[in-house]
Design a protein around this ligand. Structure first.
Ligand SMILES: C[S@@+](CC[C@H](N)C(=O)[O-])C[C@H]1O[C@@H](n2cnc3c(N)ncnc32)[C@H](O)[C@@H]1O
Length: 492
């Protein structure tokens, strides 16, 4: 039996430590009593810092045998991973819960699935995530909280004035140089993807106008600030925030995964592409290396039976109706849902309450399926899985995010950059694969949206292959924050 503690040093010893020993003892007792072959079990204990997440305090994952021809294996060669959340596990309860789960392994799960097993990036959780941004005002009205209060530090770094000023002064410097060489185009484009409430855009534009007046360049007159987001509602908010710059702002409904589809005209023209707290909100798969073998983490969204029963009762339905009701909620949104199913949702408020309760109850079951041919796995369009090999093999066994959405978005944004342009991104990046070993990197829930740290090593590899230097630095204007600034610029 292998036991792995994936928590930072200060969670394992010192004043902030959890008492891991009784938790592990309980797990050991349950496993020793229930499983015949202890060599086929791993215990992985994380400290999950997200108070809202997709796991119960203890979860069981099946590990499919890693063999090219599993028919040649004797008997049941499946192994198990027992996943424990050190923050929430209670030693006295854990033993019984785990025993029940292990006893169930040959029977049916007590949970109600909302979907088939599949890659994490295709889970229904991303439908919830998209709905959150599309119907943000309804959610915020119900909770009385803004989305920003759920971000690291309680507000977005995007609205930091000093950071905006530095960025603008660097742009002015570049433009002055190009202007001296008569190489500065008339139109000066800046693109922001994933604009939220528009605070960043407002800070940037206010500072830009102020600094331009101070320096007398006349760049503000030539500036086009493009705001892109897939949520028309969010774009409305953002437009209001920058209404005092009407001549210089355009807003576009676009998918961050495919910016060139909407912004073909911008190819090689953007001097700055700015993206903050978006990559950590895009769909991702996870892979795991165990004993040198690679596995795909497959997931399926489920409700615990008891949660399903109370959720169903609250909307005059049966638990088995829930997968269809959830699917309709995600397709239609709460307003239309209340219109078409008044017998379940008499008012929009009822539909929003159902949405919030479903989100709270949502769990992800996981299983590990062999990933035998990495070259047939697609990270993003035209980016094959082999790019992952040196990263996933750098540090022994590891479980890590592929960050497919961020990779897709990044690769499709680089072609928009002017040869001297810069892509700047504030986000939660993993830059050293060891960070996957000593901390939990997602998925967590931020209010109604999903958060996963972003595999910075992979983005750097993608940028490098395309001729870009990619660097990471701590966000200079806030201490103690996990947010890093990634900068990509052409090597030429
Ligand atoms: C956490 S908010 C960040 C807002 C702002 N940049 C900030 O830092 O405060 C994420 C933003 O990304 C947008 N977003 C998420 N996924 C997207 C996608 N696939 N395409 C376009 N926008 C997306 C959301 O609508 C939302 O406005």
């Amino acid at each position: 039996m292998l036991i792995e503690l994936r928590a930072s040093d200060d969670r394992l010893r010192g004043p902030k430590a959890v008492d891991a020993a009784p938790i592990l003892t309980s797990a050991y007792r349950a496993i020793a009593d229930s499983l015949p072959d202890l060599s086929r079990v791993r215990v992985v204990a994380d400290y999950i810092q997200y108070r809202q997440n997709f796991r119960d305090a203890v979860e069981l994952r099946r590990v499919e045998p890693w063999a090219i021809d599993s028919a040649t294996l004797d008997g049941d060669a499946r192994s198990w991973e027992v996943a424990i959340d050190l923050r929430r596990a209670k030693p006295d309860l854990l033993e019984a819960t785990l025993k029940d789960a292990l006893d169930e392994t040959n029977g049916t799960s007590s949970r109600l699935p909302l979907e088939q097993w599949g890659h994490g990036s295709r889970s229904v959780i991303w439908g919830f995530n998209g709905l959150y941004w599309k119907a943000l005002s309804l959610w915020e009205q119900a909770t009385g909280k803004s989305y920003e209060s759920a971000l690291p530090g309680g507000e977005s770094d995007a609205r930091n004035v000093q950071a905006a000023r530095e960025l603008i002064l660097k742009l002015f410097e570049l433009w002055d140089n190009l202007s001296t060489r008569r190489a500065l185009p008339e139109e000066l484009y800046v693109l922001e993807i994933g604009v939220g409430n528009g605070n960043q855009a407002a800070v940037f534009l206010d500072e830009f106008r102020r600094l331009d007046r101070e320096k007398g360049h006349g760049y503000y007159r030539r500036l086009h600030y493009l705001m892109g987001d897939y949520s028309p509602h969010v774009l409305d908010l953002a437009r209001k925030a920058v209404a005092h710059h009407p001549e210089h702002v355009s807003s576009l409904v676009l998918d961050a995964l495919r910016p060139t589809e909407t912004l073909g005209f911008l190819r090689y023209k953007a001097f700055l592409v700015y993206i903050s707290n978006v990559y950590d909100n895009l769909p991702t798969d996870e892979i795991v290396r165990i004993g040198g073998h690679l596995f795909q983490v497959e997931t399926r969204a489920v409700f615990d039976r008891s949660a399903a029963e109370s959720l169903a009762t609250s909307v005059h339905a049966k638990p088995d109706d829930l997968p269809e009701l959830v699917a309709r909620l995600l397709r239609l949104g709460p307003e239309l849902l209340a219109e078409v199913l008044p017998e379940h949702f008499p008012t929009v408020t009822d539909a929003v309450t159902f949405w919030r309760s479903a989100w709270e109850a949502l769990r992800l079951e996981e299983r590990y399926v062999p990933l035998i041919e990495l070259d047939t796995y697609e990270i993003a369009p035209e980016i094959g899985g082999e790019l992952l090999r040196p990263i996933v093999e750098a540090n022994g066994d590891v479980r890590m995010h592929v960050s497919n959405g961020a990779a897709t978005s990044f690769a499709d944004t680089l072609p928009l950059l002017h040869p001297h342009g810069v892509l700047q991104c504030h986000d939660l990046f993993v830059t050293d694969i060891h960070q996957y070993v000593d901390g939990f990197r997602g998925p967590g829930k931020y209010d109604g949206s999903v958060v996963n740290w972003v595999n910075g090593r992979l983005l750097a590899a993608i940028g490098n292959r395309r001729g870009f230097d990619v660097s990471f630095a701590s966000f200079a204007h806030r201490t103690g924050a996990n947010v890093l600034t990634m900068t990509a610029r052409s090597r030429d």
